[in-house]
Ligand binder design. Structure first.
Ligand SMILES: [Zn+2]
Length: 125
């Protein structure tokens, strides 16, 4: 079992979390989480003062950052030419009806108008 470092709330020791399975008869009903230094029992996993939360903030920050980037990209997608009412696509080209020029599906522009479906495109002609 992986050792989990904690800073015990009771004795203040930089120590390890102890996990003891709790059995009711032969059925495992849960785990008792306690301090391996002083034996203080934590009722809930959320009560455990895990050391990793404070010593590994960098990992969490990086994860947060990449998640935020993904979310940002999602937002950008909403303004892509391919979703725009003025975006016309045929087998040979992708065309912007506003700027009268060839565009890429991944382009964005300030004149973006959310396409309301196929009807919106035919209205342009
Ligand atoms: Zn302790």
């Amino acid at each position: 079992m992986k050792a989990v470092e904690i800073i015990c709330r009771n004795c203040g020791a930089d120590t390890l979390l102890r996990r003891d399975p709790i059995y009711e008869g032969f059925t495992r009903t849960g785990e008792q989480l306690s301090c391996s230094s002083c034996g203080y029992v934590y009722d809930e996993e959320t009560d455990v003062p895990f050391k990793t939360r404070t010593t590994d903030p960098q990992i969490f920050t990086d994860a947060d950052r990449s998640v935020k980037v993904d979310v940002f990209d999602e937002g950008e997608n909403a303004r892509l030419c391919r979703y725009c009412a003025s975006y016309i696509v045929n087998p040979f080209t992708q065309f912007c009806a506003v700027h009268k020029k060839e565009v890429q599906a991944t382009d964005t522009c300030p004149r973006f108008e959310q396409s309301c479906g196929s009807d919106a495109k035919s209205d342009l002609f």
